[in-house]
Design a protein around this ligand. Structure first.
Ligand SMILES: [Zn+2]
Ligand SMILES: [Zn+2]
Length: 328
């Protein structure tokens, strides 16, 4: 089968023929229909995450159809449509796993990073970490739910009951979370790169009450802000527009260094936290919510061998919504 593979840090992906082994006892073999392109994939490409082993197939927003099941797989049958998220494996016995915080498991493995991912025609996945998906929807429109939506939703819940919610970086995750926030009666304030009129227009179309540059001061103080853009300087910028007692949640896996800032920005019981990975419970809760709300992903479709173009457009902020690779 064909895959787009990373051979060395900072290099373009190259098409390669890969032979997959038979599925292990807990694994399913999946024919990939679509795989979303996530900002984390850029951090993998740029080797901003540790311990990458090459060659590697990136991609962790996988929608596909089960083609074969390992001997102990009971959840799925051949022909089922499944989603494969970022969280690929946890140990199940460490203190985090036992506490319901499997997202923090030190033995965790991750799709498209420490396990082969979905920029490919086929993938193997541990069935215990896959989610059942509906047959009816377009695969490309489901794919962004599996990370942008899911980890965005974890960040959204961490932001608390914020009536005025700021979203920094209006890409794949923010465009989904804005719809959830609006449904919950929150007021969304969208922050984009300087001069990104198209991005600000897109945010207003999705119900943002205000959209402006990330350096701008919104017309009202925010109760919380979620940072989807991987820019450390946004932490003091967001703290400066969040009210006392408010929260700033960093949703990405990597950020540029945070510049020093005066303590008065944090003072007043403001809090900064990060969000790491996902639990399977997060996935089940979010996918059920997405179905209930009829959450709609805006996607730009690319063929598998156009993966480098999709990644380049994501890097340059040229996308509206989420980029998705669709397999032939
Ligand atoms: Zn564990
Ligand atoms: Zn992701």
């Amino acid at each position: 089968m064909k895959a787009m593979r990373l051979l060395a840090p900072g290099t373009p992906l190259v098409p390669a023929a890969v032979t997959l082994p038979e599925p292990g006892s807990q694994e399913v073999l999946i024919r990939v229909e679509a795989c979303g392109v996530c900002r984390t994939d850029l951090h993998v490409l740029d080797a901003e995450l540790p311990d990458i082993r090459y060659p590697l197939t990136p991609g962790h927003e996988i929608v596909g159809v089960v083609r074969a099941c390992g001997s102990e797989v009971e959840r799925f049958r051949i022909g089922d449509r499944v989603g494969v998220p970022w969280l690929a494996f946890t140990c199940g016995v460490c203190e985090y796993c036992r506490r319901g915080e499997e997202n923090l498991c030190p033995q965790a493995r991750f799709t498209g990073y420490t396990r082969e991912g979905g920029y490919a025609e086929q993938v193997l996945a541990d069935a215990r970490y896959c989610f059942p998906l509906p047959q009816g929807a377009a695969a490309a429109e489901l794919a962004p739910l599996l990370c942008a939506g899911l980890i965005g939703y974890r960040a959204y819940r961490k932001a608390g009951e914020a009536a005025n919610l700021g979203l920094y970086g209006f890409g794949a995750a923010a465009h989904l979370i804005a719809q959830v926030a609006r449904h919950d009666g929150r007021r969304v304030f969208a922050f984009t790169r300087e001069g990104d009129a198209a991005g600000q227009r897109f945010a207003r179309q999705l119900g943002a009450v205000w959209a402006g540059a990330s350096s701008a001061r919104p017309p009202e103080p925010l109760d919380a802000a979620i940072l989807f853009a991987p820019v450390g300087a946004l932490i003091p910028a967001a703290l400066a527009v969040v009210r006392p007692g408010g929260r700033v949640v960093c949703a990405g896996i990597h950020m540029s260094d945070v510049p020093s800032f005066p303590y008065r920005l944090l003072w007043g019981e403001r809090a900064v936290s990060s969000v790491a990975n996902l639990t399977r419970a997060d996935g089940e809760a979010f996918l059920a919510l997405a179905a209930r709300l009829g959450l709609k992903a805006t996607v730009q479709r690319f063929a598998l061998d156009e993966a480098n173009a999709a990644l380049g457009q994501l890097r340059n902020g040229e996308l509206t919504g989420a980029a998705v690779l669709e397999m032939a």
